[in-house]
Design a protein around this ligand. Structure first.
Ligand code: ARE
Ligand code: CA
Length: 479
């Protein structure tokens, strides 16, 4: 099912990558709900491999040992409490679910909860799964062969056979238990490596969303499937979008190209399905994700991340101002090597996300979703909801501007070494507006630059090359 169940006036899901459930619950209450975020995506929550000798790399959570709810983010009761608290303030919870595979070939494989399994002979006693529940061992040599992609081992991970009735039951039970806890949906990890018919069957057997948690009767879970398709492979994103949403990896790759100056911004005018992207209602979109921000997954060095803040703010502002897909905002911790897990205490537990008096995160958490330019664009998206792109202007190259109906207006300047100085049609009513990238409207004053819109809807816009590369105003920032 493709509806994300965002409350009216809210949008976007934020991936609180590796956050503990307690911190997520608090963030729902103190920040996500009041600021207009619609939902949160958690890291995988099922009992998973523990690799203390490797310093607990983040990816150990993508090697499940069972479907019990226990992870580095917390146990089942903490999880239940988090979902309850987020739901209470209207923030939806989507869980990252991993059921294409279990662990790699480790004997013994030890879990975060202290149980063990035999990854060589494929015995997972906590489920239990045995070797007959897995596909025969083979490596994926080529992504052109759909049988290899779906029936062989992704990165050496023991590949479950989702056509098997017992395996299906275990997966369905797990998803149902999450629904009982009140989640609104799932990110399906490695969907590309499973057969669409198996997935469709599994989804069809999952319960309706929980009435006890306030969902209307008959609602099916929101599902977005991780399918990486940049073209040229056997498995296509279009094998999956008939029955649920799909992560549109081409989106972040193309955005990276444009904002890095490899493709003129003027072409963004029709950014969407005309670029070979999925239909808007089928797509989950993002600038970067937890894989490609660190060189895993797809997209390579074109992907823009928090490590390039000026560029990142521009790319995310574009995503949030553009009416295509359901956007996901990444929220990271800082890292300097691709395996590094989240910030940890001496006893290896994940550090709390501390919030400083100016609203930033401490303890090594980057919290892009709290960056003023990003959260202010969430408000922009919520204010312009339902309007179309209008008043498009470009200089034929790397300067563009457009409005969202008569509710919001945004300008980008990426022209190498050039200022932008133009009289532009904003679509907005006469008045003074606060630019939400350089500042914010506070007590009817603007802490950043103001834009004066005349009776004719025009405004004189200046974006100097040394300033932020984007300026945005909307009906909510009128002063
Ligand atoms: C780890 C080690 C491996 C080791 C393995 C088993 O890093 O060296 O062999 O354990 O012992 C994450 C990490 C992996 C990690 C894994 C399990 O990224 O490094 O392996 O967890 O701990 C493909 C898939 C796509 C997948 C990406 C990463 O199609 O589904 O690879 N993304 C998801 C998650 C990941 C996660 C997994 C799946 C596994 O988002 O975080 O892996 O649960 C082309 C293709 C893509 C392909 C890509 C990279 O672009 O089109 O399909 O993506 O190349 O191979
Ligand atoms: Ca598989």
């Amino acid at each position: 099912q493709k509806n994300p169940y965002a409350l009216p006036g809210r949008s976007a899901v934020v991936h609180l990558f590796e956050w503990k459930f307690r911190d997520i619950a608090r963030e729902c209450e103190e920040f996500l709900a009041p600021m207009g975020y619609a939902a949160v995506q958690t890291s995988p929550i099922a009992e998973h491999l523990s690799q203390p000798k490797k310093g607990h790399p983040w990816w150990e959570r993508y090697q499940p040992m069972s479907f019990r709810i226990v992870s580095r983010s917390g146990n089942e009761s903490r999880f239940a409490e988090m979902v309850e608290r987020c739901n209470y303030v209207g923030v939806r919870v989507y869980v990252d679910v991993v059921f294409n595979h279990m662990t790699g070939p480790l004997k013994p494989a030890r879990s975060i909860a202290g149980t063990s399994a035999d990854g060589i002979n494929r015995n997972y006693p906590e489920v239990p799964f045995h070797s007959n529940h897995f596909n025969p061992k083979c490596d994926i040599h080529t992504y052109n062969d759909v049988n290899q992609v779906r029936n062989c081992l992704l990165s050496g991970l023991n590949d479950l056979n989702q056509t098997n009735t017992y395996v299906r039951e275990k997966i369905i039970d797990f998803l149902n238990r999450l629904i009982d806890h009140g989640v609104a949906g799932f990110r399906v990890d490695a969907a590309k490596h499973m057969w669409p018919a198996d997935l469709e069957y599994i989804y069809s057997q999952v319960k309706n969303l929980s009435a006890r948690h306030g969902f209307a009767p008959g609602l099916r879970p929101f599902i977005y499937q991780e399918v990486i398709d940049l073209g040229g492979e056997g498995v296509k994103k279009t094998d999956y979008n008939a029955f649920a949403r799909v992560t549109e990896f081409k989106y972040g790759a193309e955005i990276g190209n444009v904002f890095r100056g490899h493709n003129a911004m003027k072409w963004l005018k029709n950014f969407g399905s005309e670029w070979g992207l999925l239909p808007s209602g089928d797509a989950l979109v993002f600038v970067d994700n937890h894989d490609n921000q660190r060189g895993h997954g797809a997209g390579g060095p074109t992907i823009i991340t928090h490590k390039e803040p000026r560029l990142y703010k521009m790319a995310v502002a574009f995503m949030l101002s553009w009416p295509y897909g359901y956007p996901r905002v990444m929220s990271s911790y800082s890292f300097n090597n691709t395996d590094k897990g989240p910030p940890i205490n001496k006893n290896s537990s994940i550090k709390n996300v501390t919030i400083t008096s100016n609203g930033k995160c401490g303890n090594g958490w980057v919290c892009e979703h709290r960056w003023p330019a990003i959260v202010n664009m969430i408000e922009f998206r919520n204010k312009v909801d339902g309007t179309a792109v209008a008043n498009w202007w470009d200089n034929g190259n790397y300067q563009i501007a457009y409005s969202r109906g008569d509710k919001g207006f945004i300008v980008f300047n990426e022209e190498m070494g050039a200022d932008l100085k133009q009289i532009l049609k904003t679509g907005l009513a006469e008045g003074s507006y606060c630019d939400v990238i350089s500042g914010k409207k506070m007590r009817n004053k603007c802490t950043g630059r103001t834009v004066d819109v005349g009776k004719d809807g025009n405004a004189a816009i200046t974006l100097l090359k040394e300033e932020e590369g984007v300026l945005a105003i909307h009906i909510g920032s009128k002063i």
